[in-house]
Design a protein. Sequence first.
Length: 448
Amino acid sequence: MITAERNTGRAHVIGAGLAGLAASVELAARGYPVVLYESSQQAGGRCRSYFDSELGCRIDNGNHLLLSGNVSALAYVDLIGARDTFQPPGAAAIPFVDLADNARWTVRPAAGRIPWWLFAADRRVPGARLRDYLRALKLWRATPEDTVAGLLDARDVLYRRLWEPLAVAALNTAAADGAARLLARIVAETLGRGAAACRPMLPRDGLSESFVDPALRFLRQHGGDIRFGARLRSLDFADRRLTSLDFDGDRVTVHPDDTVILAVPASIAGRLVPGLMVPDDYAPIVNAHYRYDLPADAPRLTGIVGGTAEWVFAKPGIASVTVSAADAIVDQPAAELRDALWPDVAMVLSLPPLPVPLARIVKERRATFRATSAQEARRPVAATQWNNLHLAGDYTATGLPATIEGAIRSGVAAAFHVHQGRTPQAASSTATVTRSTAHFRDCLRTLS
């Protein structure tokens, strides 16, 4: 149970991506006066929707998969009252297609944590043996320097048909370089917990309608001040405190009772905060959104092995493709990418290869930091050397790669650090929010 308390000092949250939104709503729910600053004219960062005039419909700027095991993200969704904006949870089953031989299978974990299904040959990835799965136990003994490909046998069919696709998607890094510890954490929180943690949670309309707009409404209902077009240029420090914020010459004083959460991209945080080390190597993601009315029975999500496309999301009126760690294709012209990716979609979903539908290609050249051991060592914790400054963002040391769950968990943890360091004032008799707090312990454990 969260009971809103009257707190005299303001919470300045800079950056309205998911990390900043998560921090803002957590503090607002506890009675903090929140001021949220965003340099652009819309919130959401890399997780938002917009109307594409060429396609004539709303699309997401990227594809993000939320699973029922993402406890922090779902607690955030519940807090902002957005659970009903999601489609009913799908079955814990993700179909795959190998374009090399058109082999098709479905990864379908069992109900419990013990993976009894591995003993049934027809439940395993085609060509994989039980001992191939048991090799994955090495992930839980990974050192900080271990890579996914270094621990798992890249010659195994299971590696090619399961571990490599999952690693590239989760880490946005080639499996040869990806940090094995980060993949282990992802597997432990999803596949390792059985079917209950592996049900896809997809927005009914779009990312903004589920993650962004309800959060902004929540903030306004709790007295939050949201300021768009506020680009932070510099910070002033004195006596181990952050003392003022400079937004293009508009200086905001940070009073003694105020606190600041910096939820901006890593490169900006590294420039603004003296001595802060942050990840400095980034990987691209390419998304293709095809205007196409898919059959009603099309799978919500399909993994592709052996093609240019890697994942296909079936959305209302849209077939959406994601390619992670897309260094090899990000420089190709949009028209070439449209024509190169559609044949994979057509083959997987049994659609006509021609004509190629109208499409929007979205390139995120610096989508996330590369989840390598070297970059993992550069991730900062939430606390800084300044008493009233905290960090939030998927680049911080969450124990997870740069995912929705990691971003939200970082925001929650930063807000919790603020709350722990503040002496509560008189509790209000209104604005009581009831929800699970298990994810708070996870956040604090990973960021403390």
